[in-house]
Design a protein around this ligand. Structure first.
Ligand SMILES: [Fe+2]
Length: 276
């Protein structure tokens, strides 16, 4: 890291804070880029203090960490100052699924590797985001249970909890979305390509069911894992500061927005997603 840059840990399982870094729009050197990627892989979530980037240039910064992977739904429009960013805007809350634990784009087999969120406008109170490390969760499992989970396949679905139904209110558009984003199978335990760490690849939004077991077995196993994912030990809760940037390893870290800001004002986060 450049001189003057400090990295501090947020919680044991997940999260670091970087302060003292200022992005001037120029390409990051390989050494800085590699150090930031290592930090993302090893700590899951990195918060960059306000002043590190701007609403206009955070996508250039994030673009040095991975290739842009643009996906946008009908309720996540482009940001006015930045064509590479989409808006997560509380005025669209009724159509958004960000208050349920999820991985961004987790309804597709090639979900983004990294997500970046920039705090553009915050409510007077509330609206934190909570993050959890599914790698930490895997590492807490009894080894015999972990070995059993490694034998299982999960069917993931964009509509497992009604994502398409809520987003595409027009029946014809919803039908097209279901064809575009069909359910797919994935091993329940996956291996991180950079760190070799294993993680439990299920989240409450998009995990449909475990294949080949009864509905009750599927529901109970998923319930155990979801309970661990939301346990305080696995998580970090970040209270946003305007101008801060959060970047996370979207493969092993899942998240949810905390919907406690009704009446507290508008919450607008700008998002960019990247693949590697
Ligand atoms: Fe999200």
């Amino acid at each position: 890291m450049p001189a003057g840059v400090r990295v501090t840990q947020l919680q044991p399982a997940v999260g670091s804070m970087v302060s003292g870094l200022r992005f001037d729009g120029k390409a990051l050197g390989d050494d800085v880029r590699n150090a930031l990627r290592d930090l993302l892989h090893n700590r899951g979530l990195v918060i960059f203090e306000p002043g590190t980037v701007t609403a206009e240039n955070f996508t250039d910064f994030a673009g040095f960490l991975g290739e842009f992977f643009n996906y946008a739904g009908p309720h996540t429009p482009r940001a006015p100052e930045n064509a590479n960013a989409t808006m997560i805007d509380s005025t669209k809350d009724k159509h958004l699924r960000n208050h349920i634990w999820h991985a961004d784009g987790g309804f597709r087999p090639d979900a983004p590797a990294f997500t970046a969120l920039f705090a553009q406008q915050l409510p007077e109170f509330g609206g934190d985001t909570i993050f959890s490390s599914a790698a930490w969760v895997y590492e807490q499992l009894d080894p015999l249970f972990a070995a059993y989970l490694e034998s299982l396949t999960v069917v993931q679905s964009a509509d497992a909890t009604g994502h398409i139904t809520d987003r595409y209110l027009n029946a014809e558009e919803a039908t097209k979305a279901r064809i575009r984003m069909p359910p797919f199978e994935m091993p329940l335990v996956r291996v991180h390509p950079a760190t070799g760490r294993k993680w439990v690849a299920v989240n409450e939004s998009y995990a449909g069911y475990i294949k080949g077991v009864s509905r009750i077995v599927s529901q109970n196993i998923l319930g155990i894992l979801f309970d661990m994912i939301k346990s305080p030990e696995a998580t970090v809760r970040y209270s946003w500061t305007k101008g801060a940037l959060a970047v996370w390893d979207n493969r092993v870290v899942q998240h949810k927005g905390i919907k406690d800001y009704a009446g507290g004002g508008r919450r607008v986060l700008y998002r960019a997603t990247m693949t590697v």
